[in-house]
Design a protein around this ligand. Structure first.
Ligand code: ZN
Length: 136
């Protein structure tokens, strides 16, 4: 005789393998679990690269931070705003419209910060030139 879910008329699939016997269909058990504790979706970060393991952990925020630090703008207001937005996006608990507007803000802030650092583009080239002058 088929067992039915205790919460809805769904007929439960015969159980395969070990574990506690099910009394709810997958849908109802998910609903139940959702009430007691919020299960955050596992973030799918970038695959860990061989170099710079610290950066590989964070993805977008690390990229934004690295770019701003290279331009010496990571501690500017725009730079911090961009990094903060990127970190929020990295956590991947931002959905739909909020995510889109965060992305837009992040890009605007990062662009403003970088523009302030180098008015005529070529941020990295300019930085390398300065570095070369200092060391040589
Ligand atoms: Zn059910």
């Amino acid at each position: 005789m088929a067992k039915r879910c205790v919460d809805c008329p769904e007929i439960l699939q015969p159980q395969i393998g070990r574990g506690r016997p099910r009394i709810r269909c997958p849908q109802c058990s998910v609903k139940r679990r959702g009430k007691s504790l919020t299960v955050a979706p596992t973030p799918l970060g970038p695959p860990p690269g061989p170099e710079s393991p610290l950066e590989a952990l964070t993805g977008l925020a690390a990229g934004v931070r690295a770019e701003l630090e290279a331009a010496g703008r990571a501690d500017s207001v725009d730079g911090m705003a961009a990094i903060h937005a990127a970190e929020t996006l990295d956590r991947q608990d931002v959905s739909g419209a909020a995510r889109a507007s965060l992305l837009r803000e992040m890009r605007t802030a990062a662009a403003d910060a970088l523009r302030a650092a180098a008015p005529a583009g070529g941020v990295l080239d300019e930085l390398r030139r300065r570095r070369d002058q200092k060391s040589g």
